[in-house]
Design a protein around this ligand. Structure first.
Ligand code: NAD
Length: 485
């Protein structure tokens, strides 16, 4: 593949010794690659990277916006590309027309960037987690607007780098794919927290039913190899991650339990819940994290775990700071100890809490708030009794007022066309900060049972080289991206 000079600059300078230099170049040259001037009447020319799984939902949502023009599709799995561009016939012989016939397709995103070059304005990335950062950063370096699925990136360092890059690129509009943030339920609960309804927050409890029954975790690395299917570009799937032989079942979907490619149940589901404390309480980097796993593995995240992450104080937390207690894979907080009504656990709400996808409980100095992950209203309890809340106080968000809709994907498209990066509800500056913490919580399983102290300035654990390596994994040779390493 031949690279343009610009691609060369952005993909070849960041060898480990040249990282500092590459970062300087990335920021120094950014103005030369400013986004194309857009306005409300422009078409946003989109390259979609990762078109199966959640990528399908992302693309479906985006093509529903009348100002989107899809100019390229990229996936390492040929079946996903064909699904969008070619007619298909079902078992009954009925023909389903392709939704995007004739759109250019690529298996390699680097080739897509080089070939489309100035002919795309925006990129949406819905690949496996380990490729979010390189694919997004390389496009940001070209001045493209980015919608990237959650978690923003796999490693803490990559999250930091993306957040910082977004902050220094005022014309680049970014959004992380946490669509629940656009709902009235999420916005209402956020407003209550900001109003101080439960007072300074001391503890946050969060849980999910994943990974059990969803994807495998806690297993050793499989032995041997299987033939690589012709529909899959395995080397491109591996991308920046260390080389390993192909095994059936790695992709699609199940990759998220493997430490090299995902962030486990914590990083995956935490994004859908922990935006509440992170965005509304403005939590920064943690002080420490400790993981208590069931069935730990050096290749995958544990089968089940509880993780305790500590934060220093700020104006929204208690004066001693805040403790986040995370549970997954069938473990739950001790709901009875959390200041909820006595019948809560056995009642309808309690059943939802344990059987549903997950939830968050925030314990403040004045009360307790339950924030279900399902699309449902937050509830507040004081002295063990539910508080009647008057939702008339709830005012639409700035975004709703401005754009008259609450679709997270369309929020991004409208913000790109209006040139208003701050209008995005989950922009990288916010998403990166949260996902840095999620990465720290997730990767603490690498050294189980030890309180790992986090050095926020260096983005490493002070007392674990092994767990630190997962926070900033080296990129496979030839896959370096300026601004990342
Ligand atoms: N926001 C949500 O509600 C939500 C829900 C599910 C998944 N997600 C996120 O979406 C992402 C994808 O998850 P999924 O469950 O859809 O996984 P998946 O494996 O089903 O889909 C990923 C798609 O990307 C393709 N892909 C992988 N690596 C690629 C690469 N380097 N270049 C191009 N294409 C590549 C795969 O072939 C596949 O089609 C994850 O980061 C996940 O956390 C978000």
């Amino acid at each position: 593949m031949s690279l343009t000079r610009r691609q060369f600059v952005f993909t070849t300078l960041a060898t480990p010794v040249a990282v500092g230099l590459a970062q300087q170049i990335a920021s120094a040259t950014a103005p030369a690659f400013l986004t194309r001037g857009l306005n409300q009447n422009s078409k946003l020319r989109l390259l979609k990277v990762g078109c199966g799984g959640m990528g399908q939902s992302d693309l479906s949502q985006l093509v529903d916006h009348k100002m989107i023009e899809v100019v390229g599709l990229c996936d390492v799995d040929q079946r996903q590309l064909d699904g969008w561009t070619m007619d298909s016939t079902n078992d009954k012989g009925e023909v389903r027309k392709a939704r995007l016939p004739g759109v250019a397709t690529f298996r390699d995103w680097r080739e897509a960037y080089a070939k489309l070059d100035k002919n795309f304005d925006a990129m949406c990335c819905s690949t496996a987690d380990h490729m979010h950062a390189p694919i997004s950063m390389a496009a940001m370096n070209m001045g493209k607007h980015i919608y990237c699925q959650k978690p923003l990136a796999r490693g803490a360092w990559e999250n930091r780098a993306l957040a910082e890059a977004a902050a220094r690129m005022p014309s680049v509009v970014t959004q992380m794919g946490t669509q629940r943030i656009a709902t009235k339920f999420r916005q209402y609960g956020g407003m209550l927290l900001r109003q101080g309804v439960i007072g300074p927050v001391k503890e946050v409890y969060a849980w999910t039913n994943r990974p059990a029954g969803w994807w495998p975790q806690g297993n050793p690395r499989p032995e041997g190899t299987d033939p690589i299917p012709e529909w899959l570009s395995w080397d491109l799937f591996l991308g920046t991650s260390p080389d390993r032989p192909y095994k059936n079942g790695y992709t699609p979907f199940a990759w998220r339990g493997t430490i090299d490619w995902g962030t486990g149940a914590f990083g995956d589901m935490g994004c859908h819940m922990l935006d509440v404390p992170f965005y509304e309480l403005d939590l920064g980097a943690p002080i420490s994290a400790v993981c208590n796993p069931v069935k730990a593995s050096s290749d995958q995240f544990p089968e089940s775990e509880s993780v305790v992450v500590k934060y220093g104080p700020n104006k929204m937390t208690s004066k001693d700071g805040l403790t986040l207690k995370w549970f997954d894979g069938g473990q739950f907080p001790d709901f009875k100890a959390l200041g909820l009504p006595e019948d809560w656990e056995g009642g309808e709400q309690g059943k939802n809490a344990v059987k549903g996808d997950g939830g968050v409980i925030l314990v403040g100095e004045k009360g307790t708030m339950w924030f279900p992950i399902e699309y449902a209203w937050a509830r507040v309890f004081v002295d063990g009794k539910p508080v009647e809340l008057d939702r008339k106080e709830f005012t639409p968000t700035e975004f709703e007022v401005q754009f008259k809709q609450t679709n997270h994907w369309h929020n991004w498209v409208d913000a790109c066309l209006a040139g208003k990066k701050d209008a995005c509800a989950s922009r990288f500056e916010k998403g990166g900060k949260m996902c840095e913490s999620l990465s720290i919580g997730a990767m603490s399983c690498v050294e189980p049972g030890k309180v790992l102290e986090y050095d926020a300035a260096k983005c490493v654990f002070k007392n674990s080289a092994a767990a630190s390596a997962a926070l900033r994994s080296p990129y496979r040779k030839g896959w370096e991206v300026a601004g990342l390493a």
